[in-house]
Every structure is written in C-alpha cells, then in structure tokens.
Design a protein around this ligand. Structure first.
Ligand code: SOE
Length: 378
C-alpha cells in the first residue's frame, strides 16, 4: 500500500479541519493509501506542540523550511494566513512536493499566477486549493445537471455568503481582521467561496461592477474616501457580474449579518430549470423544472441521496458535515496523486477567483465596470 506522508503548516482552525479530514479520507473511499500525519508546523512553538498532540500528528516543529527540505515528506498542506502561501508553495513545488493550499490561494493574483505557473512547469506535482464547499453532493449534482443540459442555458446566478462572526470577538482568528497579519477582507475570505461556486457552475466571470464598505457596525460604515485612502479591509461587499457564457449574476458578502451563521447561499436560473442551495441545510436542495406538467410545476426539495455524488455513507439521511466535505476534497487529492484525472479547484481556477476578487476591489473604488483577466498558465 502506498504511504503518503503529510506535513501540515498551520495549527489553527483550518489545520484542525484538515487533521480530522485526513483521518477519514482514505477510509471513506477505500483508497488503498496509508495517510501518515507526519509533522505539524506552526510558528508559535506552544501551539505547534499542542496542535500536534490534540490533532494527532507524529511530531511538530516551528521551521517549515526544514520540513520542505525533508525527503520523506510527500505533501505540503498550507493552512497559514494567505500572505505566506506563495513563498511556501513555491519552495514546496521546487522541492517536488504535492501541494494543497487553503483558500484564498493568495491575497495577490500576481503571486497566484506565479505559483500556478510553477506547479504547471513541474508535471509531477499535484496541486489543489481548499474550496471545500463545492464538494457538497448538492453542488456537484447541480454541476452534473448543468453539464447534461437538463437545466438548459445558464441565465442568472445570485450568491451570498453572510456571517455574524465580525460582531463578536474572533479570538485566535483575529489575524483575519488586518492586512498586515494576512487578513483577506470579506470579499477575499468568504466571497472567494461564493465566486468559486459560481465559476464552478457557470464558468468564468468576465466583468464586475461593485461596492465595498469597511468599519464597525455600531459606528456605521467608514466614509468611502477613508476606506480607499486607508486601504482598509472591507467588512461587506456587493457586486454585479457578467459571465463568459452570457449569464449575469449578483453577489453579496458581509461579516456583520446578525443571526447568519456561515450562510453560503446561492440560487440559479437556467432556461429549463432553477436550483437553490443553502450550506446551512446542505443535505437539501431545491430544483424546479420548466418542463414539469402544470400541476407539478414548482420548487421540489430533494434530500441528498446515495444516488448523488460524494456520498459519505451508503445510507441516505445520515448527514454530511464540514469535516466530511474536507475529507472528500482530500480523497480527490489522493486519487489525483495516484494518477486519476478529477475536476477539483486547481491553482489556475483559484487564481481566476482571485482575479475576480481584485476586480471587485478595483470596481468598488470606482464607478466603472472592471474586466477580469483570464489566467495565463504557460
Ligand atoms: C471565515 O470565517 C471562515 O473561516 C473562512 O475563512 C473559511 O474558508 C470558511 O470555511 C469558514 O469561515
């Protein structure tokens, strides 16, 4: 049995999710690989030791460079703040390691292009990005419905990602609130997920017009001129988009939306049907087909079944959670290492997401529509 030895960089929230997912990924899909959680790296020596012990890693260290240089490590999994992703990914690719990077791929599309090119130039490296939500059964099934033509021509996408996390203390996740410590702002952090969902389902976004706002909600939004002058991280954003396939879309993200708990929600209309998905009720999705007879025309709620993609259990109705979708993304990653071709969030697709994020920022600082560049990999 092939052994895959992992080094995880970052002992925080996402490091925990990945650690749990590594335990079930090979087992759930009977992959025929032995996944070894070899070493956990964190710059904070106490957290490195503590996270390695509590998340089940064989050892810990504070030095990622020493780990990247080790011959026995097969995979570098980067869960650090995004500002460190590019440097680490480039070193890992140069050392011939497979690389898994959390989203956003970086906070800078030029850096993202660089690591995408480096990975493409090293044919043996398998690279993937942690847009975990798209591995939910309902999302992947919607993709199949679109690809098969069952839904007809894509017309309109409406996506939101709302949380109330910003209203409360963020504890160890407070680094996300500042650019200096690698924070991304809501468009880059949670907006990147909804952009990935939209592009996965409808293809590339090519133009956007946008508004963003920063500030603490109990003081109202900061004056827009101050937000732009201070280059402050945005707490909320809205944008209108055009897709390359002719569809149109609207998007909204907000970290101060009371009562909304990690609510990634989208609905789409196509010429022969529409679909509605809410991560909070991820076992359900709603589909309406235009060609139903008049008595049955309407939105039907479908509960995820074993007939849909990415079942974790071979019994419907047992529930799928955050760690499960992470486990599914690693199953795909390992199957790709074993040589299978599977559609996943790649460095190139994640770089395009980052181009959209940056186009939203440029559009929000102007009254203009902004074009989204395509990703040049060669
Ligand atoms: C933001 O609060 C966040 O932690 C995102 O960064 C993650 O990608 C998302 O999965 C959960 O929410």
């Amino acid at each position: 049995m092939k052994e895959i030895k992992i080094a995880l960089l970052g002992g925080g929230f996402m490091g925990k999710a990945h650690s749990l997912a590594y335990a079930t990924a090979p087992l759930a899909a009977k992959l025929g690989v032995k996944v070894t959680k070899e070493v956990l790296v964190d710059v904070d020596p106490e957290r490195a030791i503590d996270a390695a012990q509590s998340f089940g890693w064989n050892s810990s260290t504070t030095d990622w460079r020493e780990v990247v240089a080790r011959d026995d490590i097969d995979v570098i999994d980067i869960c650090t703040p995004p500002q460190f992703h590019a440097e680490i990914a480039l070193a890992a690719i140069a050392a011939g390691k497979h690389v898994f990077v959390e989203k956003p791929i970086t906070n800078d599309a030029a850096e993202a292009e660089k690591i995408t090119r480096a990975a493409a130039a090293n044919g043996s490296v398998v690279a993937q990005v942690g847009f975990n939500y798209r591995h939910t059964s309902a999302v992947e099934f919607t993709k199949q419905l679109l690809a098969s033509g069952r839904l007809g021509i894509p017309l309109q996408f409406r996506g939101t990602y709302l949380t109330d996390g910003g209203l409360f203390s963020m504890g160890p996740k407070a680094w996300r609130r500042s650019k200096k410590t690698g924070g991304s702002g809501t468009v880059g952090d949670i907006g990147s997920h909804v952009i990935d969902s939209a592009e996965y389902l409808f293809g590339d976004i090519v133009r956007v017009a946008a508004r963003a706002r920063a500030g603490r909600p109990n003081e109202g939004w900061m004056a827009e001129s101050d937000r732009i002058a201070q280059d402050a991280l945005e707490s909320a954003g809205v944008w209108v988009a055009e897709f390359a396939n002719g569809a149109i879309g609207t998007f909204a993200v907000n970290g101060y939306s009371a009562g909304r708990k990690n609510r990634l929600y989208w609905e789409l209309d196509a010429s022969r049907g529409s679909v509605e998905f809410n991560w909070n009720n991820r076992e359900e999705f709603r589909v309406a087909y235009v060609d139903e007879d008049a008595q049955h025309r309407g939105s039907m709620m479908i509960l995820t079944d074993t007939a849909h993609p990415n079942g974790v259990w071979d019994l419907a109705g047992l529930g799928v959670g955050y760690v499960d979708v992470s486990s599914i993304q690693f199953q795909k990653f390992f199957r790709r290492i074993l040589g299978e071709e599977i559609e996943v969030p790649t460095f190139a697709s994640a770089t395009h997401v980052q181009h959209v994020v940056e186009a939203v920022y440029r559009a929000a600082a102007s009254d203009a529509w902004v074009d989204v560049p395509s990703v040049e990999v060669s």
